[in-house]
Design a protein around this ligand. Structure first.
Ligand code: ATP
Ligand code: MG
Length: 570
């Protein structure tokens, strides 16, 4: 492709409404343009990357035995009524009426449509298992579309649905998809983790989210440094620490801590480690319940775990006046000694002795406090968030913490849709069985955006080769100079003959601005055709990711580049 004849509108300015790097860079590199909130044009460069991701997905889905089809984007409301989701799905479902007042929606996901196909076409267990997939535009009227393709309203998704006659088959289908997803994200050149997600009523680890690791990710995840265990931090269980409560060695004593409220302030003032303090959080719930929660000084409360324990929807820190009324002291000086309310503690607290707590009195703390002797805990439970270095709950490894972007989701559905919509077949005894389903999604646009979050620097995008819009970029420093133009044109022709995807910057622009654009667009292999090199019979090759520069003899350039592309470099 010749740059001068392409549609590649790069910009210098960072667009004001783009908050995260991938969104900024996709706009600046001319990959996408906004049409309306959460709705984008995929410009030619952006589309090439999306198609690369789609192709990898398609190949791996086919290899795993899934079959591609294409379902409509406009779906009759009737099907959604059958599953019961028409009323439940809420405002993310964009509903519309046709000229005959018929109800329709724009498909945000396609369980209903695919289940309808299956119930109308299959009769016998012999026709199963089956896994059907499509790569298609979805619409979800997200309340806060943001971050460009990361959370759009209209977006491209690969969605697959498996159908099996028994649990064993359904579990196999799930495992196959899990493996296919690992291959897909590996082939995209991404660093990712498959993390256990909440499997709700189904039980077992039958829901995994695939997370691309990136600093800007919305989710915090933990993973073990030696086994495959990984989980969303909200769900990461912590092993119960072994050991006994130590016997008290110290007397309980009051110490003055003037205006020291936070754990760090108290520890610094008393010259003791934060790990010898216990923080007492006075929490209240949506049900109006109030509890005190004890945690080691350096730990964070995991409100999702606490919600699960208390069987409530939310928990929050109680407001100042409630803390005062319940403890007698202001916020920052709460402690369990003498406290007349439910006291829960993280399981780690059970192993602590001679610790420091608030005295429920302004400016005072208690040192040398001990369980049992000084106060009672109603229940010890796993209530804190995992931290780096914690023991893995599955093996003897240690946990690491990452931030991630969810790009894919595999989920065992069970019979939710097949039962509601009557997707049944006859088994070998002629009896009707309800099919067991699984569903498997990947956000195509989100994968490209996540790849950019993970692979960029101050100058622009640094695409992994497998999903780069082009493999090689040729920059002719000054195409008006005959020697340069001839050499660049020749290389361009040779690379095309070798089947390499090449973007040839033949524009009559200042070299500085051409190099800036090349950095911004992030094509993995960049060849500069300039006067100085040519005089020595050489071209300069620069790898976008590593920045490493090497000189290539003109006569060998095309072959060397082809070899690098073939080796899946970078
Ligand atoms: P999220 O929690 O981010 O809203 P989800 O749980 O609603 O995601 P699924 O219904 O499992 O997502 O959809 C499968 C995949 O589709 C997701 O893993 C994600 O990659 C992609 N996806 C979902 N919503 C969007 C969106 N609004 N914009 C772009 N991609 C999306
Ligand atoms: Mg969602």
């Amino acid at each position: 492709m010749r740059y001068s004849q392409y549609l590649l509108p790069t910009t210098k300015e960072t667009p004001a409404d783009a908050e995260i790097v991938s969104h900024q860079l996709m706009l600046r590199a001319g990959m996408i343009r906004k049409v309306a909130a959460g709705i984008y044009n995929y410009l030619p460069l952006g589309l090439r990357s999306l198609r690369k991701v789609e192709q990898i997905i398609r190949e791996e889905m086919n290899r795993a035995g899934a079959i591609e089809l294409l379902m409509p984007m406009v779906v009759p409301g009737e099907l959604w009524r059958e599953s019961g989701r028409w009323d439940k799905y809420g405002k993310e479902l964009l509903r519309l009426k046709d000229r005959k007042e018929g109800e329709f929606c724009l498909g945000p996901t396609h369980e209903e449509v695919v289940t309808d196909i299956i119930r109308n076409t299959l009769r016998s267990y012999r026709q199963l298992p089956l896994n059907l997939y499509q790569i298609q535009t979805k619409f979800r009227d997200e309340i806060r579309p943001r971050f460009g393709l990361m959370r759009g309203r209209e977006f491209i998704m690969k969605d697959a649905y498996s159908f099996d006659v028994d649990e064993e088959g359904a579990n196999k289908a799930y495992e196959k998809m899990f493996q296919a997803y690992c291959r897909i994200f590996e082939r995209c050149g991404l660093e990712f983790r498959a993390v256990e997600a909440d499997s709700g009523a189904i039980g077992g680890s039958y829901s995994h989210e695939f997370m691309v690791l990136a600093e800007s990710g919305e989710d915090a995840i933990v993973s073990c440094d030696s086994c495959r265990y990984a989980a969303n931090i909200e769900k990461a269980e912590l092993a119960s620490p072994a050991g006994e409560t130590p016997p008290p060695a110290q007397e309980l004593r009051r110490v003055l801590t003037p205006a020291r409220r936070t754990i760090e302030e108290v520890a610094a003032y008393l010259k003791i480690p934060v790990t010898s303090l216990i923080k007492t959080l006075i929490m209240h719930t949506d049900k109006g319940e109030k509890v005190a929660v004890l945690l080691r000084g350096d730990r964070e409360l995991n409100t999702i775990k606490l919600c699960r324990l208390l069987d409530c929807t939310w928990v929050e820190m109680a407001p100042e006046e409630v803390v005062l009324a319940l403890t007698g002291g202001p916020v920052g000086f709460s402690g369990p000694v003498g406290l007349k309310m439910r006291i829960l503690a993280d399981q780690e607290v059970r192993l602590m002795g001679d610790f420091t707590v608030g005295a429920n009195e302004k400016d005072w703390h208690l040192c040398g406090a001990n369980l049992e002797r000084d106060f009672q805990v109603e229940r010890f439970a796993d209530l804190r968030s995992a931290a780096a270095g914690d023991d893995c709950p599955r093996c003897s490894g240690k946990l690491e913490i990452w931030r991630g972007i969810e790009v894919g989701h595999v989920f065992k559905l069970g019979t939710k849709y097949s039962a509601a919509m009557g997707a049944r077949v006859l088994d070998d005894k002629g009896e009707e069985i309800t099919l067991i389903m699984g569903c498997y999604g990947i956000g195509v646009g989100r994968t490209v955006a996540a790849a950019i979050e993970q692979n960029h620097d101050a100058n622009g995008i640094a695409f992994p080769l497998p999903i780069a819009p082009f493999q090689v970029m040729i920059t002719a420093v000054n195409p008006n100079q005959e020697m340069i133009r001839e050499a660049a044109e020749k290389l361009y022709g040779e690379l095309q003959d070798l089947g390499i995807e090449v973007l040839y910057d033949d524009r009559d622009e200042r070299p500085g601005s051409k190099f800036k654009d090349a950095d911004l667009i992030g094509i993995p292999l960049r060849v500069t055709v300039g006067e100085r090199g040519l005089k020595n019979g050489e071209l300069e090759l620069q790898e976008r990711r590593s920045g490493v520069r090497t000189m290539l003899p003109v006569t060998e350039a095309a072959g060397r580049l082809a070899a690098l592309v073939g080796n899946g470099l970078a």
